[in-house]
Design a protein around this ligand. Structure first.
Ligand SMILES: *Cc1c(COP(=O)(O)O)cnc(C)c1O
Length: 372
């Protein structure tokens, strides 16, 4: 049996009929960028997240750096984020002109207030917690630390759409939050897309200017802006998928529960606080036998990934940046050798799920017999 790491066609097939009607209407309308689908999406997503404003942009990376920029963060400022995140979290800080400062993570693989506290200097302006794998970071502790030091909190919620922290929707917890609609994310479109969520009208209006060359109307550029617009077709895909999101996140959560039940005596399963509702963008197990387990799974036809094989602190761009403090992150480095992402997605057939579990079993069975 072959189990792919992800199967995006399953989702497409669910929305296909309704989507094609929308795409046809878009083609006929001649409005392809920042039109009625984008507006409808922004309104519906704001409602879904329980925030005042959503602003659609070109991708999740822009959804993070544009608000940092709009908040006045720039050269000389330091912004703290998680050392085990995708490169885009640190890039967004650098793109705003500020210095990325990387913090260590706790056993939940998320940035913790303790790891942030030691890194705060007089130049620190903001903290960007990443809800890695869709599991919310410990926001109460982070927000009270940030309040104490007058820091802004901007959530990198790229992987966490629909996740809840103590009953509250992720993306509504800081001054702003960024989301990605990259095809692999839990609400993925047929290309690039992203959006910002915020309760601040001022911030939302500033990002609206920044995303479209600073234009307040067709002919008036109020500020130097950028081109980071969301197009109508991607907004239409997002709208169609939004109606399935809770259902799909529920399916993914059930798969995660199955893995956790079956595997917790063999590997370190994801650490999710009781008060968290994770959306399991990834299901990451940790084991000292990572490389051997991965080879075994590959031989069994089970496709796995490593999120992420090279920590940000080891990336050439980070090492070359003379401003960055080259601090050592013991937990990030320790996890880095041990993490393995198993297949998880809506539409993963029951037979494939049991097969993955049995393939993990057969690895540890063979290992226990061979060691005697
Ligand atoms: C995917 C991702 C981003 C960037 O989103 P893009 O849409 O690819 O630009 C940022 N942060 C995290 C944690 C991500 O996983």
């Amino acid at each position: 049996m072959q189990v792919p790491f992800v199967d995006l066609s399953w989702q497409y097939n669910q929305i296909r009929d309704e989507l094609l009607k929308r795409v046809d209407a878009i083609g006929r309308s001649g409005i392809f960028i920042l039109g009625p689908n984008v507006e409808e999406f922004e309104a519906k997503m704001a409602n879904f997240l329980g925030v005042r404003r959503v602003v659609g942009v070109g991708n999740g990376s822009d959804a993070l750096w544009l608000p940092l920029k709009a908040l006045g963060i720039g050269p000389g400022d330091e912004v703290i984020t998680a050392g085990n995140s995708f490169i885009a979290s640190a890039w967004a800080i650098a793109a705003a002109g500020a210095t990325p400062v990387l913090a260590d993570v706790g056993c939940d693989m998320n940035i913790s207030a303790d790891s942030v506290r030691d890194l705060i200097t007089t130049n620190t302006r903001a903290v960007v917690p990443v809800h890695l794998t869709g599991n919310p970071a410990a926001m109460d502790e982070l927000i009270s630390l940030a309040d104490e030091h007058e820091l802004l909190v901007v959530e990198d919620a790229a992987q966490a759409i629909g996740a809840r922290y103590k009953g509250r929707m992720v993306g509504s917890l800081g001054v702003a939050a960024s989301f990605s609609m990259h095809p692999l994310k839990n609400l993925g479109v047929l290309g690039d897309g992203g959006f910002l969520a915020t309760d601040s009208d001022l911030l939302a209006d500033d990002v609206r200017l920044l995303r479209n060359h600073g234009l307040s109307d067709r002919d008036t550029a109020m500020i130097w802006g950028y081109n980071s617009r969301l197009d109508e077709i991607q907004a239409a895909v997002a709208l169609e998928k939004l109606s399935y999101l809770d259902e799909w996140n529920g399916m993914v959560r059930e798969i995660a529960e199955r893995y956790t039940e079956a595997l917790s005596h063999l590997v370190q399963v994801p650490v999710v606080a009781n008060s968290n509702e994770s959306v399991f963008h990834n299901y990451i197990v940790r084991t000292d036998d990572r490389d051997a387990l991965r080879s075994h799974l590959t031989a069994c036809g089970v496709d796995t990934r490593i999120h992420y094989p090279v920590p940000i602190t080891d990336q050439p761009c980070y090492l070359k940046d003379t401003r960055t403090v080259k601090n050592v992150l013991p937990n990030v480095l320790h996890d880095n050798e041990r993490i393995l992402s198993l297949p998880i997605y809506p539409g993963l057939p029951e037979s494939s799920l049991s097969y993955v579990i049995s393939a993990v079993y057969s690895f540890f069975e063979a290992k226990s017999t061979s060691s005697f």
